[in-house]
Design a protein around this ligand. Structure first.
Ligand code: ASP
Ligand code: MG
Length: 404
């Protein structure tokens, strides 16, 4: 007997027929003699609709009420799946985040999980009942409902898997695994059998939408073995695991891209100690994520500072710069038509020249690079959005990733 957490994403529970299909998959796991907890997303499109309702009333709305609205999507699915399971003769009940509880910090709209009390569901699972948990939601210190940021059901699933000490966390989605890059753009992309936590973390934070970044952080921290697979086929998926489990390591395991990028430039900022702290402090206080940062050397005692944030947060970021910034600057500009392309691989740690291959491949296609950043296992560049497809294809070939 094993203890399994299964997670089904929005498209997997997109309509009633699909929810019934999911119930069959859950039942199959129960019939194998396993204890099962299921985490569900909202039916596809529902969260977007709920977000749109909030924005329609007020573009900058109260995040507490945003959470009250958007958390409802998952609640609907958890109840419906519990009913579908009961119809198949499988004992099941739904759980809202606050009922376990799953507690979070107070960052409404993108809260972090602080703790999960698994005792209640473990007891029921041991009695043979399937726990159907609404993903994406928790309970904040203010005793109000929080949500975990878009894609947050993945994080709920991994966190629940860690809390109940599950043998595996199966994430069912609309793709059958993790690919070398987006197969819709690069048809020669290949499915990976295994990928390390580190690589998965970098690809998730670089825009690959397969798993929410925080879910991978959580999996890495608690060594939860995560399998990504399709709810529409029986093909084996991709296992996200420790590096030691992977025998054949590739230099570069994948190329990710993110369109949710925006570039902000402050022109004519004075160049002396405390300036960067003065610029990024207020942004951090407003909970705005800043990703890439470049500062030029100063000529005339002033310099330009460019940073990137998400397109979603751009308006808030600009507002913070205009209203709260104590640091003087001459002018402010922003650009939403940029994408970040990242080359990722643990092999980079021990090989030189990986970045140069990227720069050369882009140069050969005449693609201009706006900003560059690197980590131990990643090189990212910011380029104009119109070159996304061209850049991905060129890089996929340059690193020898094309399927034979
Ligand atoms: N329903 C939420 C979203 O669309 C959470 C999730 O699906 O993971 O972002
Ligand atoms: Mg998702």
């Amino acid at each position: 007997m094993a203890r399994i957490v299964q997670k089904f994403g929005g498209t997997s529970v997109g309509d009633i027929a699909r929810i019934k299909n999911v119930a069959k998959r859950v039942k199959a796991e129960v019939d194998r003699g396993n204890q099962v907890a299921v985490v569900v997303s909202a039916m596809s499109g529902v969260t977007n609709q709920l977000v749109a309702y909030c924005t329609e009333i007020a573009p900058l709305h109260d995040q507490h009420e945003y959470d009250a609205v958007v958390a409802t999507g998952e609640q609907v699915t958890s109840g419906l799946l519990a009913i579908a399971l009961q119809e198949l003769g499988v004992p099941a009940r739904s759980w809202a985040g606050w009922q376990l509880p799953i507690t979070t910090d107070d960052a409404h709209g993108k809260a972090r999980i602080m703790s999960i009390d698994g005792a209640g569901i473990i007891k029921r699972m041991e009695e043979g009942q399937v726990a159907v948990i609404a993903g994406f939601q928790g309970l904040g210190p203010d005793n109000r409902v929080t949500t975990l940021g878009r894609g947050g059901s993945d994080t709920t699933a991994v966190a629940v898997a860690a809390a109940v000490k599950a043998d595996r966390c199966d994430i069912y989605t609309d793709v059958d695994g993790v690919y070398t890059t987006d197969p819709r753009i690069v048809p020669s992309a290949r499915k990976l059998d295994k990928i390390t936590y580190e690589e998965m973390l970098e690809s998730a934070s670089s825009g690959a939408k397969v798993l929410q970044t925080r879910s991978v952080e959580m999996a890495m921290k608690h060594h939860v073995r995560v399998q990504v697979l399709s709810s529409f086929s029986d093909a084996p998926g991709t296992l996200v695991c420790d590096e030691e489990e992977i025998v054949e390591k590739e230099l570069v395991s994948g190329i990710a891209y993110s369109r949710d990028e925006a570039k902000v430039t402050l022109v004519g900022v004075e160049d002396h100690p405390g300036i960067a702290a003065g610029i990024f402090g207020p942004l951090a206080a407003a909970n705005i994520n800043v990703d890439m940062i470049v500062q030029n050397i100063s000529h005339d005692g002033t310099t330009d500072i460019t940073f990137t944030t998400t397109r979603t947060e751009l308006d808030r970021a600009l507002q913070v710069v205009k209203d709260n910034m104590k640091v003087p600057y001459k002018s402010l500009s922003s650009d939403k038509s940029v994408v970040k392309v990242s080359v990722i691989g643990v092999g980079m740690r021990s090989h030189a020249g990986v970045a140069q291959t990227m720069f050369k491949a882009l140069a050969d296609k005449n693609i201009n690079i706006h900003v560059i950043s690197t980590s131990e296992i990643k090189v990212s560049v910011l380029i104009s959005e119109e070159y996304t497809e061209l850049a991905l294809r060129a890089l996929h070939t340059a690193y020898g990733l094309d399927a034979a």
